[in-house]
Design a protein around this ligand. Structure first.
Ligand SMILES: Nc1ncnc2c1ncn2[C@@H]1O[C@H](COP(=O)(O)OP(=O)(O)OP(=O)(O)O)[C@@H](O)[C@H]1O
Length: 571
């Protein structure tokens, strides 16, 4: 991961040095002036890319955060504050953070269009505030001074380029940290992220705070660029246009932010020269964003996919780490890992679970079977904390967890998989195992992947097939070494041979990872291969429990689950 970050950082720095030399050395002054504007827009776009592209939240008020940064720089300048422009820009970025957190708070409960409306509301309110006040220095024409060595247009271009490169490199490292993986996981599925013990509020607030900081920096850079500012520089339409550009180009990537900056500056410039209305540019951006959304990928994502194809970067073969020892066996615990008492769940008139008592012993794999609609997934949802309400209780190693939200239950030792895999495809296989399992050495990650026969840690999840992703789901939950893992139909999409192999792996989980397992499955071969005991649900009630050989021969089970009537069994 670090290697990839350093590689990206060196590409960014090298490209910036070449671009800096060409733009300041060869291009006329006016082009340098425009190029500076491109970079400032690119910084603003980076902030949108982080919150929207990485975390999947719609934020339509980024230019308001930029306005806070610019206002702060103007205020510090007029007030004769100590320091100089770089320091004030940094302070301006920090000043935008509380606003970012304040806007992030509604995002904890809202998503999609509702969040868009709230952020748009903030942008509108900020417009109204700016219309009633003036920017510091605006009426008396007190310009924000640039640092002496960056005073010329060429010099200020270099000054802004340094900020852009610094932020782009910083983001390249940040997105490969655990926090970066958390943002991607939240973007892909908040429920799946919570199942890994991730605090969704923490993830969203951190994204809003850092993105507001970057937007504030862009405002400060604009203050030094223009000298004095007016409210129109930060109006709501600017935020909307940049959001459309970010969606179109994929501003979560350094090149996407830069292409977006070029488009955001070039279009208005071309339209101005052609004596055409500036709004036409916004219409084109909206069309571009619509196109990217319907295609399912932005310009930079398309570019990256093509580059990957050209490079044909095949991940290291599966046996690359074959000499790595499998996970070491751990001492087995005794007692009951998980139990439910009188667990009852109602969906309106439907009673999905009806006073279910279930016990999953330590050191064992227990099966939970039943016909479609019997209540198996509902039980997993209730136990893992994904239902708003249920009656009865869930105990983990004897302690009630009913008042704990899903991510706290996950941290305390209840991990689950889903019927359909929910892994963020932008992650690598290794990054996913680390996200799910926490701090782990490279050898530990590789050992788990080798054990369950998943590809090399550097393989992109997007490039692995559905069956392998199911295995990766299992690798993720066991990597965390919780007290109990709940596997919801892990064999779905696997061939017969793969299912039998998976059954052997699941049977090894208690011994190798110290977790008890509750396995929900329809595939009886897998159940027989992995489980030492079985509970059978039908219409939300437990109808049988015990050793597989006994339970599967129980007439009630054969009738309810296998559809075999007592007298017809021999037929
Ligand atoms: N969100 C929901 N709203 C209303 N009813 C629901 C909801 N989720 C499940 N149910 C109902 O609850 C009952 C149990 O469903 P559940 O999905 O838990 O069964 P299952 O045993 O997991 O089935 P399958 O094997 O098909 O996954 C079913 O009657 C189902 O229609």
């Amino acid at each position: 991961m670090k290697r990839a970050s350093f590689r990206s950082a060196s590409v960014i720095v090298a490209a910036a040095m070449v671009a800096g030399a060409i733009i300041t050395g060869l291009l006329p002054g006016y082009w340098t002036y425009l190029a500076t504007s491109v970079l400032i827009s690119a910084v603003a776009l980076q902030s949108i890319g982080l919150v929207a592209g990485r975390t999947g939240m719609i934020a339509l008020c980024q230019m308001s955060f930029a306005g806070v940064g610019a206002w702060t720089v103007g205020y510090l300048n007029v007030g004769g504050a100590p320091g100089n422009l770089p320091v004030w820009i940094f302070i301006g970025g920090l000043a935008a953070v509380p606003f970012g957190v304040a806007i992030g708070l509604p995002a904890l409960r809202l998503r999609g269009i509702n969040l868009a409306i709230v952020t748009l509301g903030f942008a509108t309110a900020f417009d109204a505030i700016l219309a009633s006040i003036t920017f510091p220095g605006q009426t008396k024409f007190i310009a924000v001074p640039r640092p002496e060595i960056f005073d010329s247009d060429g010099g200020y271009f270099i000054f802004v380029l340094i900020f852009y490169v610094f932020l782009a490199v910083g983001l390249e490292f940040l997105i490969r940290t655990r926090l970066g993986a958390i943002w991607l996981a939240v973007r892909h599925s908040e429920r799946a992220a919570a199942a890994h013990g991730i605090s969704i509020p923490g993830a969203k607030l951190s994204a809003f705070a850092i993105s507001a900081f970057i937007a504030g920096i862009s405002g400060g850079l604009l203050a030094g660029y223009l000298g004095t500012l007016v409210a129109d520089n930060f109006n709501m339409m600017q935020s909307l246009a940049l959001f459309a550009v970010s969606t179109m180009t994929g501003a979560q990537f350094a090149e996407g932010a830069l292409i977006g900056g070029i488009l955001a500056v070039a279009f208005p410039e071309i339209l101005r020269r052609l004596n055409l209305g500036q709004d036409i540019g916004n219409v084109l951006f909206a069309i571009g964003a619509t196109q990217a959304l319907s295609a399912g990928e932005s310009m930079s994502e398309t570019l990256r996919r093509k580059v990957r194809g050209w490079r044909k970067a095949a991940p290291a073969p599966l046996d690359a780490g074959a000499r790595i020892a499998p996970p070491a066996a751990v001492p087995l615990r005794h007692g009951t890992a998980l139990s439910t008492r009188g667990l009852t769940v109602r969906y309106g008139a439907v009673v999905a679970l009806n006073h279910v008592d279930l016990a999953v012993p330590e050191g064992a794999v227990s099966g939970l079977i039943g016909p479609n609609g019997a209540g198996k997934s509902t039980l997993i949802d209730a136990v893992a904390g994904f239902l708003h309400s249920y009656s009865g209780s869930v105990e983990l190693a004897g302690d009630a967890v009913d008042d704990q939200p899903a991510h706290v239950r996950a941290r305390n030792g209840i991990r689950r998989t889903w019927q359909t895999t929910r892994i963020a495809p932008e992650l690598t296989v290794g990054a996913y195992v680390r996200l799910a399992g926490g701090e782990m050495s490279d050898a530990e990650v590789q050992a788990i992947l080798n054990w369950i026969e998943c590809p090399h840690p550097d393989t992109l999840v997007a490039s692995v097939d559905a069956g392998t992703r199911r295995l990766l789901d299992v690798a993720g939950v066991v990597a965390a070494r919780p007290k109990v893992v709940l596997l919801d139909e892990p064999a779905a999409g696997q061939s017969y041979e793969e299912t039998i192999k998976l059954g052997r792996h699941i049977a090894e989980i208690p011994k190798l990872f110290g977790c008890a397992v509750l396995l929900v499955e329809h595939d009886m071969d897998l159940v027989r291969a992995a489980c030492s005991e079985i509970t059978v649900l039908d219409f939300g009630r437990v109808i049988a429990a015990g050793a597989p050989a006994v339970v599967l021969e129980d007439p009630r089970v054969r009738k309810a689950y296998l559809g075999i009537e007592e007298g017809n069994a021999a037929a």
